[in-house]
Design a protein around this ligand. Structure first.
Ligand SMILES: Cc1ncc(C[n+]2csc(CCOP(=O)(O)OP(=O)(O)O)c2C)c(N)n1
Ligand code: SF4
Length: 272
């Protein structure tokens, strides 16, 4: 019997390329479940991704229009698509390196413009595809391929960053919080403006041993035990929150959306 989400998977795209225990498959499945529960027309959606393991989530996996953009540039391509065809639902999958490192400027300006797209940032705390180097979200002290004595830098709080830049909807979950993640995807897909969902995820291939774990499931338990809701976090001090992953909704508003305003202006100018 066909799996209920199989209709969204491109023929020949399986088996997928993710390592055993990787969070990318869980995120792909959660996103498709959200699409399915909303009853969205997959053929009226466009998916973009940059270069990185997380880039393989929509492309080649999703049986819809997909574009695999150069590393860091997926949001720039998505902006062009949304301005040209505002009726399409646009979703972008980026890694933390892709979305916050090389592509960080595209992210903050897309949020500032409040252009209608959903950006899913897979934060596995490392550059997975290239061998597990430290990146913009690697926590202070974490051992990676490029920080063998522990990361000396602090990581971005991407949700605070994107919220401050002006996005309509911002949330953070982990691969342990699957139901909350699906609901958040559903909410983001229903928004007109810019939505950003960070998913803190596991990269067993590069971080399981440095983190002192033997199985990917132990990384999920670590995500569970280190997460704290944004409501509880608001009552704790900075010291109590050190090393915690603060999960929940950071922003939820309905500001003017760029592609709609652009289309309206274009209609007015043509009518002259
Ligand atoms: C312009 C450019 N610079 C560097 C690279 C090499 N590169 C490919 S993937 C990647 C990092 C991927 O890390 P991330 O975006 O966090 O995604 P992940 O693989 O962890 O999902 C890098 C640096 C590239 N492909 N293009
Ligand atoms: S290297 Fe890490 S992020 Fe990439 S597929 Fe393997 S487990 Fe996933």
């Amino acid at each position: 019997m066909e799996h209920p989400l199989e209709k969204y998977i491109r023929k020949g795209a399986l088996p997928h390329t993710f390592c055993a225990g990787c969070g990318d498959g869980m995120i792909a499945q959660s996103f498709l479940r959200a699409v399915d529960e909303l009853g969205l027309d997959f053929k009226k959606m466009v998916f973009l991704s940059g270069i990185g393991c997380s880039g393989w989530i929509p492309s080649p996996l999703f049986d819809a229009d997909t574009l695999h953009a150069p590393h860091g540039r997926a949001i720039a391509y998505a902006t062009g698509i949304k301005l040209f065809k505002p009726e399409l639902k646009v979703a972008v999958f980026v890694g933390d390196g892709d979305g916050l490192g090389i592509g960080g400027n595209h992210l903050i300006h897309a949020a500032r413009r409040n252009i209608g797209m959903v950006v899913v940032c897979v934060n596995n705390m490392t550059y997975g595809m290239t061998g597990g180097q430290a990146g913009p979200t690697t926590p202070r002290g974490m051992v990676t391929a490029t920080t063998p004595y522990g990361n000396l830098e602090g990581g971005f709080d991407s949700c605070e960053l994107v919220k401050a830049a002006g996005a309509d909807y911002v949330a953070r979950w982990t691969t342990f919080h699957i139901r909350q993640l699906i609901n958040s995807f559903k909410k983001a897909l229903g928004k007109k403006g810019f939505s950003f969902i960070e998913v803190v995820s596991q990269c067993p291939t590069h971080l399981m041993r440095p983190m002192g774990f033997k199985r990917p499931s132990e990384m999920l338990i670590w995500l569970r035990d280190n997460s704290i809701s944004i409501e509880r976090a608001s009552k704790l001090s900075k010291e109590e929150l050190r090393g915690k992953i603060i999960i929940g909704e950071y922003a939820d508003s309905d500001k003017p959306e760029l592609s709609e305003a652009y289309a309206e202006l274009s209609r007015r100018m043509r009518g002259r």
